[in-house]
Design a protein around this ligand. Structure first.
Ligand SMILES: [Zn+2]
Ligand SMILES: [Zn+2]
Length: 490
C-alpha cells in the first residue's frame, strides 16, 4: 500500500494546529506551531483506522508498519513471524526539552536503536496470566514505544514515587533526557495524533497492545478502563488509552512481558558518553535547536532570569560540549568514544591489568576542594587555611539562608545562586547534604566541608599548601553547572 496525499485534510490540520493556544505542559504538546519544526516531517498520509481485532495473523506487521510510516525514513520497521522491530535514533522532530523546570542537566543525544539494539514488540500479544502493574514494577527502562520511534518510560521515575510530569521534569511534549542523554517520553505523546490521525494509536506498550488517544477512534469517550488504562471493545479488541492524569498511558501490562532487572526485557540499551549529571535547581529550559549541520545542538536555559546555554556536537561516538554560564563565560569539554559510566550495568575492568596497559586516569576527576582551593584563598598567599575555608562556608551559608534560621530549605538552596565555588557546591550536592527533615543545616554542611578539608590536608597541618592542591597535567577547568569532580562519598 502506498502513502497518498490529501492536501485539503493536511491544510485543515495545520490550520487547526495554528489556532490552538500554546500552554506549557499541555499534554498535547505545543500545537501552536511557534516552535514546532514542521520542515522535518510533514504528514504524508492519512491512515485508516488501525484495528487489532480486524487484523489477522498475516497482516499484523503490515498494519503496524503503516503507523510508523509518517516518520520514515528516520524510523524504520520490519517484522518476522514473532516480532515487530522498530529502528530509530530516538530523536523526534519537535523542539525537545523546552518547558522543563526540574532539569538534571542531561541533553538529548541520538542513540543507535538499530540492528540487535532495535525495539521489539510481540506481533501477537498474549494475555498475561498474571498482569503486572507499573505502579510497583518497571521503574527502569521503557514500557512503551511511540510511533515516532521515541521510547516511553514509566511516568513514575526510578525512586518509585515521583510523578515526572507533576514534578516539572518533562518538556512541552512530555519528554526529557535520561542518564545516558537518551531522550524519552514519560506520558502518552498525544501530539503525534497530528501525524497518524486521532483514530489511530500513538504508541504501543511493550506487550504489543496499542495505546490510543483520550477517546475511541470515533471520538466517543473511552469508558470502563481497567487499572492499566485498558479495555476491550468489539472494534479494537484489548487496547490502552492515554489519560490526562496518572497512569497517563498503560499503567501495567495486560499482555505477557518478561521482567528482568526491574525492566521489560529485552529492550535496547542507550549508550552513555559521559558521566550522569546532577539536578540544576532553579533552571528553566527555554530553547532547543538542532543546528543545520545535522550533528550539533543548542540548548538554552535561564536561572533567575539570566540566560545560559549548552552547545554540543556528536560525531563518530564522541561528543563535545560548550557550556556557557550566566556570566557569558564558556568552557568546553570533550568525551571520547569508549566512555563507560561504571554504573550498575557495566562489568568492572579487570583488576590485574598490567600497569603499562592501563588507560591513563582521567585528569579531570579531581576532588572538588583541590580544584577550587585557589578561589577560596582569601588572602591570595597560595595556601588555603582551615580558617579561610570555614569563613567561606559561613559566608555562603548565610547568603543562602534568607531568613537566617540556620537551615536551608528547598526554596533557599534552590533559589538564586551564590556565585562562588561553595555556592555552586551546595547547588550541585544539596541532595547529599539534606538531613532527615529535608533541610541543609549549618552543621551538616560544615561537617562535610571539614571532611573534604581533612582528606586533602595530607600532613594535617591545618592548611592546604600548593603541593596539596596541585592539579595534574591535562586537567581542564570544569564548566559551571556541570560537575566534573568526584561527588563526596557517603
Ligand atoms: Zn526519564
Ligand atoms: Zn478504547
Amino acid at each position: 500500500m502506498r502513502a497518498f496525499r490529501l492536501p485539503g485534510r493536511l491544510v485543515s490540520l495545520m490550520l487547526l494546529a495554528n489556532i490552538l493556544p500554546a500552554a506549557a505542559h499541555d499534554l498535547s504538546g505545543d500545537p501552536a506551531g511557534t516552535n514546532y519544526d514542521r520542515s522535518a516531517k510533514p504528514p504524508t498520509n492519512i491512515l485508516v483506522n488501525f484495528s487489532f481485532a480486524a487484523a489477522n495473523a498475516t497482516n499484523h506487521g503490515a498494519a503496524m508498519a503503516t503507523l510508523f510510516q509518517p516518520f520514515a525514513p528516520k524510523v524504520q520497521t520490519h517484522w518476522d513471524d514473532r516480532f515487530f522491530y522498530i529502528e530509530s535514533d530516538g530523536m523526534p522532530a519537535h523542539p525537545l526539552m523546552v518547558g522543563i523546570t526540574a532539569w538534571q542537566q542531561q541533553v538529548p543525544l541520538p542513540q543507535t536503536y538499530t540492528g540487535n539494539n532495535a525495539w521489539q514488540l510481540p506481533l501477537q500479544p498474549q494475555v498475561a496470566v498474571q498482569p503486572i502493574s507499573a505502579k510497583t514494577h518497571f521503574f527502569r527502562g521503557a514500557i512503551a514505544i511511540a510511533v515516532n520511534g521515541v521510547p516511553i518510560f514509566n511516568p513514575i521515575k526510578n525512586d518509585g514515587i515521583t510523578d515526572t510530569y507533576l514534578a516539572g521534569e518533562l518538556d512541552n511534549y512530555g519528554g526529557h533526557s535520561g542518564r545516558a542523554d537518551d531522550y524519552h517520553y514519560h506520558i502518552a505523546p498525544l501530539h503525534l495524533q497530528k501525524y497518524v490521525g486521532s483514530n489511530n494509536p500513538v504508541a504501543f506498550a511493550l506487550d504489543g497492545y496499542p495505546i490510543y488517544g483520550l477517546t475511541e477512534p470515533d471520538g466517543a469517550p473511552a469508558s470502563g478502563l481497567d487499572e492499566f488504562n485498558g479495555h476491550t471493545t468489539p472494534e479494537l479488541g484489548y487496547h490502552y488509552h492515554a489519560t490526562k492524569t496518572y497512569p497517563y498511558l498503560n499503567g501495567g501490562f495486560h499482555g505477557v512481558v518478561t521482567e528482568r532487572g526491574g525492566q521489560v526485557d529485552p529492550q535496547p540499551r542507550a549508550q552513555p558518553l559521559r558521566p550522569a549529571t546532577y539536578p540544576l535547581p532553579g533552571a528553566t529550559i527555554t530553547g532547543f535547536k538542532a543546528e543545520p549541520d545535522g550533528i550539533s545542538y543548542t540548548l538554552t536555559y535561564e536561572i533567575g532570569g539570566e540566560k545560559a546555554m549548552v552547545h554540543y556536537l556528536k560525531n563518530a561516538g564522541a561528543v563535545d560540549f560548550d557550556f556557557t554560564d550566566t556570566s557569558g563565560r564558556t568552557v568546553t569539554r570533550h568525551y571520547a568514544t569508549g566512555f563507560h559510566d561504571g554504573g550498575r550495568d557495566e562489568n568492572p575492568p579487570p583488576r590485574d591489568r598490567p600497569e603499562g596497559n592501563r588507560p591513563p586516569r582521567d585528569p579531570n576527576r579531581q576532588p572538588w576542594l583541590k580544584v577550587h582551593a585557589k578561589e577560596m584563598d582569601a588572602n591570595r598567599d597560595g595556601t588555603l587555611t582551615r580558617e579561610e575555608f570555614i569563613a567561606e562556608v559561613n559566608r555562603v551559608f548565610a547568603a543562602y539562608d534568607q531568613n537566617q534560621d540556620g537551615k536551608l530549605t528547598a526554596d533557599e538552596y534552590g533559589g538564586p545562586p551564590v556565585r562562588s565555588p561553595m555556592g555552586g557546591y551546595i547547588k550541585q550536592h544539596y541532595r547529599e547534604l539534606l538531613d532527615e527533615t529535608g533541610v541543609i543545616t549549618k552543621a551538616s554542611l560544615m561537617k562535610e566541608a571539614m571532611r573534604m578539608f581533612d582528606k586533602s590536608d595530607l600532613n594535617h597541618d591545618g592548611k592546604l599548601t600548593p603541593d596539596e592542591t596541585a592539579l595534574p597535567p591535562g586537567y581542564k577547568a570544569t564548566p559551571p553547572g556541570n560537575p566534573g569532580e568526584n561527588p563526596p562519598p557517603r
